[in-house]
Design a binder for this molecule. Sequence first.
Ligand SMILES: Cc1ncc(COP(=O)(O)O)c(C=O)c1O
Length: 186
Amino acid sequence: MGKLAITGGKPVRKKPFPIWPVYTQEEARGLQKVLASRNWGGYPFPNKIADAFAQRFARYHGAKYGVAVASGTVAIEIALKAAGIRPGDEVIVPAYTWEGTVGPVLMLNAVPVFVDVDPDTYCLDAKQIEKALTPRTRAILPVHLAMRFADMDEIMRIARELKIVVIEDCAHAHGGKWRDKGAASS
Ligand SMILES: Cc1ncc(COP(=O)(O)O)c(C=O)c1O
């Protein structure tokens, strides 16, 4: 192996990485419009701009409904509450993800049950879910990590059989598709 660039070897990449986050002039104009409206933060909820965004985003994903909220973590907490998850209920989550997947489960005093990931996708391994099920399992919370998809066919099969809910963490899957349908819209 050659010498690493960090220890004086030849760097593979010489160009600096682009500055992040990236935005367009259209987005800058949109932001300016919100600023000038003095109606920030979506209140009274939902404000017109947040609601229009939510409806367009839902349409883009082929989903029936959309609600704009402050963050991915909040979105998952709302979905868990809407699904009636109660203290002590078990929620299947992947063993590899970001804290925003599991934090909302703990916020509701529910119990995250970690299931290993598929080494090909790094997403929840659907083949290993059944051995983690107990009479307290109420939901499966797969994460579509880095735009790879958990096996939704198998996850939906298990959920339908047990009549439990599936809440998809799509924090990395904006615009992504599973079998020609927008992430989390099937
Ligand atoms: C997989 C995953 N789920 C949930 C979240 C939570 O999103 P937010 O930071 O908007 O609360 C993130 C954030 O990076 C994430 O990577």
